[in-house]
Design a protein around this ligand. Sequence first.
Ligand code: 5GP
Ligand code: MG
Ligand code: MG
Length: 214
Amino acid sequence: YRLADLLIPNHYNGTLQEVLVPGGLIQDRVRKLARDIRADYGCTTIHLVCVLKGGSAFFQDLLRCLRYFHEFNDESYVPFTYDFIRVKSYVGTQSMDVKITGGDLKRMAGKHVLLVEDIIDTGKSMRALLPVLRKEGPKSLKVASLLEKRTERSCGFKAHYVGFSIPDKFVVGYCIDYDEHFRDMTHLCVVNQEGIERYRSISAAEEHAAMAAV
Ligand code: 5GP
Ligand code: MG
Ligand code: MG
């Protein structure tokens, strides 16, 4: 198909290599994930924690699906509460360190926490984050990730719920960004070289100059 026919905003013309997962397919998959989650948790209250900002479209669509069960059948109603956190990970001397901002971590105590994340790539961020969250004393702690990359760099971490397994490519769209761009796309796409260059926060020339200065 032609990218131009796929409701991709004009301002992204020429910057995308392919549509990896169309928005409609994401919606279908999220609905099924919501059903799986309902089947597993039953009428136990889930405390959903959205990992900002990349996980936010997935989070909102998942919550909408969970709410709608209520309309069709009271018995399949899924009670939930939620919160938002931001996670910055950085490589320390030994392993990866994480810094969590926002959210009220204390509220995780005694709850069935389900983290809602955009992508598991190497899995190192989750490996570092989960032990920190466990210290807050949740009754259970699971991870739902929209995407999981097939990569040799994986540390072996597996999310409990995964939307799509994808090839090792840099993806954007559906609130997932490249330097804050592309979050406004409905579909999950792969950026091309032109896109990388157009939205790079420092130009290739500046980067080269910075390297030369070191
Ligand atoms: P990991 O620690 O699993 O290697 O990666 C953690 C985070 O890196 C992901 O949750 C995501 O925020 C970011 N990331 C990994 N792959 C991609 C990608 O293809 N595109 C974007 N925009 N972010 C990614
Ligand atoms: Mg993330
Ligand atoms: Mg990001």
